[in-house]
Design a binder for this molecule. Sequence first.
Ligand SMILES: C[S@@+](CC[C@H](N)C(=O)[O-])C[C@H]1O[C@@H](n2cnc3c(N)ncnc32)[C@H](O)[C@@H]1O
Length: 270
Amino acid sequence: MTGGPGTNQKPATAARIYDYYLGGIHNFTADQEAAKAILAKAPSIVAIARANRAFLGRAIRYLADSGVRQYLDIGSGIPTEGNVHEVAQQVVPDARVVYVDIDPVAVAESQELLEGNPYATAVRGDLREPEKIIEHPQVRKVLDFTQPVAVLLVGVLYFVPDDAEAYPAMERLLAPCVPGSHVVISHGTVDGEPVDERQLQSTTDIWRRQTATPLSVRSRAQIERFFGGFELIEPGLAWLPEWRPEPTDPADFRDEPWRSRMLAGVGRLP
Ligand SMILES: C[S@@+](CC[C@H](N)C(=O)[O-])C[C@H]1O[C@@H](n2cnc3c(N)ncnc32)[C@H](O)[C@@H]1O
């Protein structure tokens, strides 16, 4: 799928840039160019993508071990190693999983991977329009909102830079959740460590200019606000590598976890 006639004009997207960083093949020339430009400004981005993916895996294992049977993964990306249904279904074989992404390539690849899996599906959706996701017939077919659901927003909320859009969308998305539901969030931040403002600005400029998905980072307090009435479970909102670490995690930020530049947490609705 890389390059090829007619593909060069596609705008870069977050899903395909992330796929490039994780070593995937579902990315086009524009994605590779944007990915390399970001990499030149922020060389740790590949390790951050790996750490984010590892956090996702640990969070799903934690949830599945706690008995969570339903997952709504929003901004799920292009399928790669350690997909949510694979991790969850290892523990709960009939765990239900719905993948949602704004990028049609991510959705098509997910649908192909899930063919024949009665417990998992992928639909196109935009987290800024939560009702359309919740009411989607395929989502309703797989998930039962009268039972607890884990809603995942891993590495996606910073693609909704406008607070006036992001917070109300989250509230509406989590509104149908019954007690015992969970929300999983990871989000880029500038809190807690010295930041090179110029480097940050030029990186976000590339996202704005060269991709279909502009990005912005938020403070710890702003990220915590997304959890609403969900109570953060131990260890709270933590740097990616510090959220319930496992021996098999990537070693990238072991000594300086704040260099992962993303905070992550899991909340539970009491
Ligand atoms: C960095 S990737 C994260 C993938 C996956 N959640 C993970 O952590 O491995 C971000 C994903 O969010 C998707 N995305 C961006 N804005 C979105 C929106 N408004 N609604 C749904 N998905 C969105 C992108 O297409 C991309 O696939």
